[in-house]
Structures are given as C-alpha cells and as structure tokens.
Design a protein around this ligand. Structure first.
Ligand code: C2E
Ligand code: CA
Ligand code: CA
Ligand code: CA
Length: 274
C-alpha cells in the first residue's frame, strides 16, 4: 500500500508539474503577446429588448497564440491575472476598444471588461481619463464591466476607483450578476448603472420555474433601483420572449449576434433612423 501511495503521489506531482509548466509558459508568452500583435478584439452586440435597436457592443479579447491557435480568454485571463500581465493587456484592450468606438456614430456604447487586478490599482483612474482624452471618445459612451468577485479583493480601493471613474461620466455594469458571493451587498455598496444577469440563468429560464422566479426577482430589483438589466447568453426566441414579458431592458447572446466583427450596416442604419 505504501508503494502504491508513493506512486500515486509521484503521479500527482508530475501532473502538477505539467500544469505548472503549462501555466508558466503561457505567462511567459502573455508578457510578449501585446508587443507581438497576437491579440485582437471581437465585438458582441447588445440590443434593447423593446425596440430591437443596437445599444452598443461588448469587447471580448482574443489571443492567437503561436503554436496553440486561439486560446479562450476563460483560460488565459486567469493566468494573466496571476502573473500580472493583465495590466498591460487590459491597457491595450481599453485603448484599442476606445479607438474603435470613437469612429462609431452616436450613441453606441462600448463595454470593456475590467479585471479585479486592474481595479485594485489607483492608476486605473488616470488610465481611463488619459485613454478618453487620447482617443476622443466621449465618456458616456464607455462602459466598464466589473464582476462582483473583482470588487471583493480590495473593496475600499475598488470603490474609490469606481467612484472616480463614474464621476468622469463613464458607466459601470456589474457583470455575471447572481453568481458572486455577495450579490445583494454589491448592489448596496457599489455605484453602478447596469446589471448584467449571468448567462447561467438563461439556460433554464423557459423550463425551470425556479430559475424563472429568480430572473423575475432580479428584474424587479433592477426596477425598484431604477437600474436597467441586461440578460447575457440569450440563445433562443423563447428566452427573449420570456425576458420581454418580464420587463428586461437589454439582451446579448448568440441569438442577437455572435462575437466577431462590427456590423457597420446595422450601426449606420440604426443611427440614421434614430
Ligand atoms: P464575460 O464577460 O461574461 O463575456 C461573455 C462570454 O459569453 C463571452 O465568452 C461570450 O463569447 C460568451 N457568450 C456570449 N453570448 C453567448 C451565448 O448566447 N451563449 C453562450 N454559451 N456563450 C455566450 P468569451 O469571449 O470566451 O469570454 C469569456 C470571459 O473572459 C468573459 O466572460 C470575461 O470574463 C473574460 N474576458 C474576455 N475578454 C476580456 C478582457 O478584455 N478583459 C478581461 N479582464 N476579461 C475578459
Ligand atoms: Ca463581460
Ligand atoms: Ca458576463
Ligand atoms: Ca462570465
């Protein structure tokens, strides 16, 4: 049994080594990826449920890693956060996204994901201000998406940064709402302009009464706080119908558009008819 135990441990450690090596190599590559031009941005449309009009786009980071092809942000963002490369990467995303959005007609917004690591740094305030100045993007057209988990790290600092950024006229959305540890506490203490309902609720909203009841409750919460709610991960007409009936404000998901290039026809058409 001892030998078997040793073998198991040895096997386990080898496994850990491999994983650690994989992450170390990825971190090393992440540090150079901005310089090497390996990142690009995908845009996913956000629409008003009432009018069907486009309200803006969320920016999603894509990495074409040499020798590995496209790596999912769900995989490399945590590594970038762990090794600190997220600051330089996040800066590149913000700058590129604002440059892009500055060429769009009013009133379309650009929503940019911000990591908790970025949020914990006071420099973020100046970074946002300087980026707006440099790109000429009006502050009200920028939205930062922040998860509840991003906030809990250093709560006071995050709160300070968010308040300062909001004071510039930039809006703040709570991302993945309903999946954090402290959703209600987040609502109580943070300055935000939008709630993004996590997509995990969407998969069951038609079939499961309990999920539907939760969605309804979150929408009611949004109403009483006068904060719009955007539903993420909308994939079917049926889901959209439920959301419309329950008074949800905006939607995003494969049904309305997959992340990819900007649909300029849609942007120009909607801005002329507005
Ligand atoms: P997120 O912010 O919740 O972004 C939405 C994710 O849901 C995206 O995955 C998007 O492709 C996916 N999605 C959109 N509509 C649907 C749908 O109808 N069904 C399903 N099943 N999925 C849908 P993606 O692009 O793989 O990004 C994953 C996560 O990586 C993001 O989740 C975000 O947390 C993070 N991320 C992406 N870009 C950035 C970035 O620039 N900075 C930071 N800090 N994080 C980023
Ligand atoms: Ca997001
Ligand atoms: Ca989300
Ligand atoms: Ca998510």
């Amino acid at each position: 049994a001892k030998a078997e135990f040793d073998r198991t441990i040895c096997y386990y450690e080898q496994g850990m080594d491999e994983n650690a090596r994989y992450r170390r190599d990825m971190a090393r590559d992440l540090w150079c990826a901005v310089e090497r031009g390996e990142f690009y941005l995908a845009y996913q449309v956000q629409k008003s449920i009432d009018s069907g009009n486009t309200t803006g786009y969320e920016v999603l980071l894509r990495w074409n890693r040499p020798g590995h092809g496209n790596v999912s942000p769900a995989e490399f963002i945590p590594v970038a956060e762990e090794c600190g490369a997220i600051n330089a990467i996040g800066l590149w995303v913000l700058r590129s996204a604002c440059e892009e959005a500055a060429s769009w007609p009013e009133p379309y917004k650009i929503a940019v994901n911000v990591s908790g690591i970025q949020l914990a740094q006071v420099e973020l305030i100046d970074t946002v201000r300087n980026t707006l100045l440099a790109t000429g993007l009006a502050p009200h057209r920028l939205e930062l998406e922040v998860t509840e988990t991003a906030i809990i790290g250093d709560k006071q600092r995050a709160l300070h940064s968010l308040r300062q950024i909001k004071a510039m006229g930039v809006s703040i959305a709570i991302d993945d709402f309903g999946t954090g540890y402290s959703s209600l506490d987040t609502l109580r203490s943070f300055p935000f302009d939008k709630i993004k309902l996590d997509r995990s609720f969407m998969s069951e909203v038609e079939s499961n009464e309990q999920s539907k009841a939760i969605v309804r409750a979150i929408l009611a919460l949004g109403h009483s706080l006068s904060v719009p709610v955007l539903a993420e991960g909308v994939e079917t007409r049926e889901q959209l119908t439920v959301l419309r009936k329950e008074g949800c404000t905006e939607a995003q998901g494969f049904l309305l558009g997959r992340p990819g290039a900007i649909d300029w026809d849609d942007l120009l058409e909607a801005s002329f008819s507005a």
